[in-house]
Design a protein around this ligand. Structure first.
Ligand SMILES: [Zn+2]
Length: 124
């Protein structure tokens, strides 16, 4: 049985994620746990946040940000431009600081979905 246990650990599927700016390998199960934790945080101060994301004021700030910065601010380069598809809050809106700056353009970044997913699933 011990040999089998060892084998199970060895063949455990791993995922590469970015954490604290470093690329590391983690078990897939940890990635799922990360996601669940994030989901729990998100639920904390709903429905105020839901109303915020639906508000006319945020829609306008978001639109202006994408007009001013139409390219992904994380991965786009002059040689290979990548269109931004969403506007990300650099500081999560479920934190006090992030919430107080939720409309401030200097706290926003245009992002493609790929970069946003990397950020979402690698947060601590
Ligand atoms: Zn990107």
């Amino acid at each position: 049985m011990h040999r089998l246990d060892g084998l199970v650990i060895m063949v455990q599927p791993m995922k590469r994620i970015v954490r604290n700016g470093k690329r590391i390998l983690v078990p897939v199960t940890e990635k799922v746990a990360d996601y669940k934790r994030y989901d729990k945080q998100r639920m904390r101060n709903e429905p105020e946040r839901i109303n915020f994301y639906k508000s006319k004021r945020w829609q306008k700030v978001r639109r202006i940000k994408l007009i001013n910065n139409p390219l992904c601010e994380v991965c786009s380069t002059p040689d290979s431009p990548v269109l931004a598809e969403m506007v990300d809050h650099m500081i999560e809106t479920n934190t006090t600081e992030g919430w107080s700056h939720r409309f401030d353009e200097e706290y926003l970044q245009s992002m493609c979905w790929s970069c946003h997913n990397t950020k979402t699933f690698s947060r601590d």
